[in-house]
Design a protein around this ligand. Structure first.
Ligand code: HEM
Length: 398
């Protein structure tokens, strides 16, 4: 544990699995994931409804309980297999918009729509600026306004994209029309479920936008690292190929049930996320009381950062911690601490997209055969953990 004080904010970084476990167990009724007071100011001044990432209290519980039913249950998530496979077929780059809107935003079209490109660029800029704006005490924002300005512009663009693309509006009016005619509305798109609960449109837009942005870089980065490591470990690649062809006799398109019979495939993703946890650390604020974590008293409202990157590369829990060894996840007697690698977080505010992310990466990996090319690529943080340079791979037919 070490402490850093940025002006009025006290931050405690926790990088020890048993302490992480204690922090997570101390979650109050409405844990807050982070405490960006300036972010709240932003929300107030722009009048946006708050989304999942920052929401607390009743609104958050409501949204989370609606989405949880459709996103966290493996059986429910299986119903997206067809849509995800069709995206995977186009390249091997998945698009979360299929799940959210039941439609695509054109990432894989020969000419990517301009607004989709700007949306994806806005996500990058927002993540880069998050680092800067988080570290800067509030008063410095007046002296160096640029990062905060870019940060807000990026969020504005992303919200506007969600709203103006028409995906949501179109779906909503279809839904509204059917409901007014007394028809039952069927559909997998999540906006529909949110709309049923009489949430404000602003709240639906902001939450769906957040889900969309949460599902872009996280999945593409995890997929890139998995392919990168597979390309550098031909023996793992060969074993994986054997596992996949063993289950998929005849080369059919994999389903969620097929993937369930591929333990090595799942281990590859777990190991990629252990080495490259796309969210390298995440935060908690216990707002209503001081808490004791091990020997430390942490005052209420302190920002507690849980450092996944440090624990998941700790040699005490993962021998040869920097090596890619998916087989370590297949050993039943492995005695690693359950909180040593928690790339999706744990508890009430854990990743709501986990099941979809797993299915998407599994389906994509089950169908690609990368071959080695290029040198070593290291990870770097840009709020998310990303490759420091492009990962170049050759895709070979077998
Ligand atoms: C490999 C892919 C992904 C990883 C590693 C990942 C990881 C995480 C982590 C560590 C958290 C914070 C958990 C906590 O505070 O305990 C989180 C939260 C969240 N994730 Fe993901 N995520 C991934 C993909 C996705 C996808 C695909 C979506 C959307 C469909 C998504 C939506 C969210 C949302 C909305 C939250 C906030 C939940 C809340 O505050 O209640 N994530 N994710």
């Amino acid at each position: 544990v070490w402490k850093a004080s940025f002006g009025p904010i006290l931050t405690v970084h926790v990088a020890e699995p048993s302490l992480i476990e204690q922090v997570l167990r101390q979650e109050g009724k409405h844990p807050i994931r982070s405490d960006l007071s300036s972010w709240k100011d932003y929300r107030v001044c722009r009048g946006h409804a708050y989304g999942l990432l920052t929401a607390e209290g009743e609104e958050w519980q409501k949204i989370r309980s609606i989405l949880g039913k459709h996103m966290l249950k493996p059986k429910e998530v299986e119903s997206y297999t067809g849509t995800l496979n069709s995206v995977v077929s186009d390249l091997i780059r998945a698009c979360i918009s299929s799940v959210l809107f039941d439609s695509r935003i054109g990432c894989l079209e020969p000419e990517v729509p301009k607004e989709t490109e700007t949306f994806i660029r806005s996500i990058n800029r927002m993540f880069v600026m998050t680092l800067l704006t988080m570290a800067m005490p509030k008063f410095l924002h007046h002296i160096f306004p640029k990062p905060w300005k870019i940060f807000c512009e990026s969020w504005d663009y992303m919200f506007a994209f969600g709203e103006s693309k028409g995906h949501i509006d179109k779906r909503m009016s279809e839904v509204a029309e059917k409901v007014s005619r007394g028809e039952t509305v069927e559909g997998k798109y999540l906006t529909y479920y949110l709309a049923q609960e009489k949430l404000s449109m602003k709240s639906i837009y902001s939450n769906v936008t957040e889900l969309l942005l949460a599902g872009v870089d996280t999945i593409s980065s995890t997929l890139s690292w998995s392919l990168y490591e597979l390309s550098r470990h031909p023996q793992v690649q060969a074993a994986l190929h054997e596992e996949i062809t063993g289950v998929m006799k005849g080369g059919a398109i994999p389903s969620a049930t097929d993937v369930a019979q591929m333990p090595l495939l799942k281990a590859v993703m777990k190991e990629a996320l252990r080495l490259y946890p796309v969210i390298p650390g995440n935060a908690r604020v216990i707002s209503d009381r001081d808490i004791q974590v091990g020997e430390y008293i942490i005052p209420r409202k302190t920002l507690i950062t849980l450092c996944h990157y440090a624990t998941s590369r700790d040699a005490r829990f993962f021998p040869e911690p920097d090596s890619f060894k998916p087989e370590r996840w297949l050993q039943k007697d492995a005695s690693h601490h359950p909180y040593a690698s928690i790339p999706f977080g744990v508890g009430k505010r854990s990743c709501i997209g986990r099941r979809i992310a797993e299915l998407e990466v599994h389906l994509a990996l089950a169908r690609v055969k990368p071959e080695p090319e290029g040198g070593q690529v290291r990870p770097m943080t840009r709020t998310l953990l990303v490759p420091e340079k492009d990962i170049n791979l050759q895709f070979m037919s077998r």
